[in-house]
Design a protein around this ligand. Sequence first.
Ligand SMILES: [Zn+2]
Ligand SMILES: [Zn+2]
Length: 440
Amino acid sequence: MKKHAVSLSILPLAGASLLAQAAAGQDLGGLVNNEIAGLVETYKGIHAHPELSHHEERTAALLAGELRKAGFTVTEHIGKYPDGTQAYGLVGVLQNGPGPRLLIRADMDALPIVEETGLGYASQVKAVMHACGHDVHVTTMIGTARALSATRAEWHGTVMLLGQPSEETIDGAKAMLADHLYERVGTPDLAIALHDTNSRAAGTVSITSGPTLASSTSVDVVMRGIGGHGSAPQEGKDPIVMAAEFIVQLQTIVSRQENPRDPAVVTVGDIHGGTKRNIIPYEVKMELTTRAFSDKARQIIVDGIQRTAQGVALSAGVPAELAPIVTVLEAESTPVMYNDPALAARVKSVLVKTLGAQNVFDEPAIMASEDFGVLGLPGHKIPTVMFWLGAMDPAKLAAAQAEGKSLPGPHTSLFEPLPEPTLRTGVTAMTSVAIALLQQ
Ligand SMILES: [Zn+2]
Ligand SMILES: [Zn+2]
């Protein structure tokens, strides 16, 4: 009896699942066709009204409204920053019977960049630009919400659509968790996201298995000396010379102290010291970013920065009470973005089925960073996957690549996703992946 029941229950389910997938494939194409013109308009509106990290009020309200219209139950204003201010995080939940809880994340913030694309829908906000394509992510989420709502017969479980603030400052995901995100809306079993890319054509996607994006650790260094007249260096301890030595010596951390097979980066992106050519200042301030894939490499870098700063000051004869101050900014740091290999394989197979093998690429890991992995909780407790969404005009990309060049990338004033095919592929890919993950 038991055996019979099992075989009966497996066979019809497998058949039904295939039928459902076929039907979903057809319906989804039609659904996206119906929505795409409106989504492009929505995208242009969001692109024209970018908001900086911590200030995503309009974008969050727009997304919340669209999720509600699509039938999701939305909780807004989730997130507390360390300074006590409220974040504009939101989650839309659609419960559709028993099954897995799937979280899909879109980040919402823009960057302090003056847009120079010359597009008709370019930023109308002074010196703020959606230069990382988070407007693509938000619009894709709106399309995905509508598609998942319309295909409810094809899947079961719970979808949690999360609008995340402050990715660029990598404190948005942390702020939402600190505000008891999962206690309030439930803990997901799986989490997925996408990010647009300038290295792939619109219509294509790519994916990495395992470590995908590096950890990022922000470090501040203050090199302190003894100021004085520029004509009398012997009277003081010149922090400008020390900072220069420090920066040059830093280069040996990666080249001499780190394992070449475990990549890492140390960059001094900001340096300030002095007020006038003939005054030796009292201090020089530097802001560093470091990247690594392993905890070991991260520690070697942090220790190396500390040791190098102290060593330079020591050799300059700086008194102990004026030793350099090295501060690791945990709030501005983020762990490795790790694509769970088993989940990445499942996502990739759905992408191949949906978009065709010729449109799905394997992508090597890169040294950029993301805070989406934070939502997977420490120790990769919740399997997470982020895949890349090609966003470039295929003809322009091919022409650039033929010359050995690349098109302007994220965080540049000329970054220009091609709206229609990018959004069409984003919604189709994300919805298909969600439906497939919500079959168990
Ligand atoms: Zn970015
Ligand atoms: Zn981004």
